[in-house]
Design a protein around this ligand. Structure first.
Ligand code: F0G
Length: 375
């Protein structure tokens, strides 16, 4: 198969709607084109009056949606001559930054909160050769340090305050509309730093023929909107109760949640996310850790889709709003599953699994276990 036929990532797929120069070489790992999976079993459990999908972003190359933003941010950073990138991260951004930096042959510096990132994400950053700096402090402090250090050091910030990150992440909305032939009625996302809900709103808005000037990178020749839809979805953002500044309507200084990916109290895209909520007539909600973990388990056991805890916040919110009737019967709902369940094996083993049976290595013992279970 020639390179023209082979899928080679979202920059080549969507280049004409991204603000990259035509000659810029894409730094790609084949990200994007993730499946939109219909939840037939869960729809039935809910009474069959809603159409429910998950967009499984855990199937990106490093296992999270961050790859969409990182391919564009690193491509642009390299085009501008950067030799190094930096980010603060709750884990997934650091994994993606490390992988795309390795691919580009540049250095990634990542700042993570000590003891508060999932094991798989730390393993990724280390495997890809990033310079990993653990701090005694949370993501919000790491973010402040990154902003300050980037003023003096020759490093490009690849957190979502980099407008090219949001440009890449908007393509998830493009894929959903192409798959459905329209926008969903509701789009549910977990919200941490609030970059992804902003990026999705940007994507849907451009598909509806509207530009969001505040999100356009400075000094670029910006492509015209795509105009594929007439109606944008209501954007619903869900947080963990211990880490829910959008529900509190103010910053939270000591965020806490088992969903470490969204353990963020001072979201950088605060204002943009409020605009998305208001313009879309959407809303924010928060759920206890136990409810989020229960949703993660339910989705894995009922549909065969394994996402990380933070990701389950989107479906947790959708299920609650459907049961409450705030998401109306007859609606089509898309929930973004931001990261793969394998990112956080500790949680899976501690919180989710059925007890493992200790069985003698003998035929009759195995047969007995099968009979007992199927009886
Ligand atoms: N879900 C997962 C799995 C995440 O890793 C993140 C953010 C979010 C949801 C929230 O997205 O920040 O755009 O609102 N993770 C960042 C990181 C902060 O450092 O990996 P957001």
């Amino acid at each position: 198969m020639s390179d023209e036929q082979r899928y080679t990532g979202l920059i080549e797929r969507y280049r004409q709607w991204l603000p990259l120069a035509a000659t810029t070489r894409a730094i790609s790992l084949g990200e994007g084109a993730t499946p939109l999976i219909r939840l037939h079993n869960i729809e039935q459990d809910l009474g069959g009056e809603h159409v429910l999908y998950v967009k499984f972003e855990g199937l990106n190359p490093t296992g999270s949606f961050k790859d969409r933003g990182m391919t564009v941010a690193v491509t642009q950073a390299v085009a501008e001559g950067s030799r190094a990138i930096i980010c603060a991260s709750t884990g997934n951004t650091s994994a993606a930054a490390a992988a795309y930096a390795a691919r580009a042959g540049i250095t990634a510096f990542v700042i993570i909160p000590e003891g508060k990132i999932a094991l798989g994400k730390l393993a990724q950053a280390m495997a890809h050769g990033a310079v990993v700096m653990q701090i005694q402090g949370n993501f919000d402090l790491g973010m402040r340090l990154v902003r300050e250090v980037a003023e003096h050091a020759p490093v490009a910030i690849v957190n979502s305050i980099n407008p090219y990150r949001l440009q890449g992440q908007k393509t998830a909305a493009f894929e959903i509309v192409e798959a459905l032939g329209r926008a969903p009625d509701y789009h549910c996302l977990p919200v941490g730093n609030a970059g992804n809900i902003t990026a999705h709103w940007l994507g849907y808005s451009e598909l509806a023929g509207e530009q969001l000037p505040a999100l356009i990178p400075p000094g670029v020749d910006y492509p015209a909107p795509r105009r594929l839809i007439t109606k944008r979805p209501h954007m619903l953002g869900f947080q963990a109760a211990g880490s829910a500044p959008f529900v509190a309507r103010e910053m939270v200084d000591e965020p806490e949640t088992v969903a470490t990916a969204i353990r963020i109290g001072h979201p950088q895209s605060w204002q943009y996310a409020w605009s998305a909520q208001q313009e879309s007539e959407g809303w924010f909600g928060a759920f206890e850790d136990a409810q989020i973990l229960e949703t993660q388990r339910y989705l894995a056991a009922r549909e065969g889709v394994f996402c990380e805890p933070a990701s389950a916040a989107s479906l947790c919110g959708a299920l609650a709003e459907i049961r409450d009737g705030r998401i109306r019967p007859g609606s089509t709902v898309v929930c973004t599953l931001t990261g793969h369940g394998l990112k956080d094996p500790d949680i899976a083993i501690r919180e989710l699994s059925e007890p493992v049976l200790n069985v003698p290595a003998q035929l009759d013992a195995i047969a007995h276990a099968i009979q007992t279970r199927l009886a």
